[in-house]
Design a protein around this ligand. Sequence first.
Ligand SMILES: [Zn+2]
Ligand SMILES: [Zn+2]
Length: 239
Amino acid sequence: MDILKLKDWFIDLIFPKECISCGLEETYLCHTCFKRLELNKQFYCVLCKKQTNHSQICENCKKKTALKAVFVVADYNNQILQNLLHNLKYNFVEEISDYLGDLIIRYLKANNILKIFQINFDNTIICPVPLHKKRYLARGFNQSELLAQKLSVYYKIPTRNLLIRQINTMSQVNLNRQERQTNLKNAFIFNNQESIKNKKILLIDDVVTTGSTLIESAQALEQKGFSEIYGLVIAQRED
Ligand SMILES: [Zn+2]
Ligand SMILES: [Zn+2]
């Protein structure tokens, strides 16, 4: 048995292939349950929750970040979505990124986002928010990178790992807002050899809470001369 098959077999053993919502076999999420995942209909500044057009960062919050907008695909309170996100992170099920990738594409189309912000394969680079190497090795993949790749394939927009997480930031989950921001200070360094100036950046992460990870990422990119930076996340979890 080769190593990949062995891995599949192992995942199947600890995490049998059935719909996480209704239990239908042979799929982690059946078509019916996938359709029950509703898109986010609220458009707001992800940093302060004030309503804005197409989820742009509001005038006030723009003073503290280079991010132009952060698109939030779905509502974190949806139980199916929470299950998907949880399994993507902790149960090593890369396949789940397919469903989440499809959901992102559904959102971008429904709201005409790429057209409105003129984001396309010519002028934009998709950049996943990185995991620290240690966590990457433990998990075997970066869930944000998987999502970025799905988009990249669909829209032909290139993906580049422009950022490296340079200190082993503690898991953010158990930290309060203040600790979270300190934890991330200078967590990202820039990793790039190519000349890609004048490109727009679409930063991808799975879940946003306060937005500090995206702010830090955007800051590292801004320091390198990128001025038009967007964020895209599956959902926003309450702080
Ligand atoms: Zn189902
Ligand atoms: Zn705001």
